[in-house]
Design a protein around this ligand. Sequence first.
Ligand code: ZN
Ligand code: FE
Ligand code: FE
Ligand code: ZN
Length: 268
Amino acid sequence: MVDCHLHTARCGHASGTPEEYLQAAAARGLQEVGFADHFPLKLLGYSPRKKVSMEPEEWPEYMAQVRDLAAAAGPVAIKLGAEVDYLPGRGTFLDKLLRSYPLDFVIGSVHYIGEWDFSHPAQVKEYGKRDLVAIYDAYFKLIWEACAGGFCDIIGHVDVIKKFGYRLPDKEMEPYWRRTAALLAETGVCLELNTAGLDAPVRECYPGERLLELCAAAGVPVTLGSDAHAPDQVGRYFPEAILSLRRAGFRELNCFTRRRRIPVPLPG
Ligand code: ZN
Ligand code: FE
Ligand code: FE
Ligand code: ZN
């Protein structure tokens, strides 16, 4: 089992050192983990009001620390990744920048609609002030741009816009789901099954069952991640997640080494 989405205390809103995450991973019987801490937004030319990523000067320290841990052979293999915010129109810039680092993988995520940090608990009220269809349109437009942007190996928590339970009926979601599955298949970008949603108000993985099925049917590769922001969240709900993947029709998981995708059989 592989957990491809771990954070560390460096981002300012998670707790735990990389060593503590590794201990948790070993205790849960994981074979591999990927650190994917938030890439410094300031290096992308964006300074949000609230700090949500490490400072630019910490970025080389983060890479060195993870690489050193990876070099010291332990029970759990370690990959160096980053979770990078997609900023509109900046795919090529992001790709060039990210290729200059010795990363194993890049998770592309959408956390902002304009200036609105819509997955932040302190900004939930905004959902009530806007038209929900307009919110979903804006969010998925960014996800589709990120898929096509060519800078990431994996799209992170692909339907995280549902996090606080503001949802459209399934019938209205179907076109968003279909387009997302088709675009992932076309671009070769991996879907992520992110189990953090089970601990969020929505109480469902990102993505839910239907999009998972459509992606499996379209031949989209998938990764598995806990999005742990504390060591005790490493590998959360993985047995259930693996069952969901099987039920949806997936037969393998994927890991990355130096930006190359490596499929492994689905455990169990
Ligand atoms: Zn985070
Ligand atoms: Fe995220
Ligand atoms: Fe994350
Ligand atoms: Zn995340």
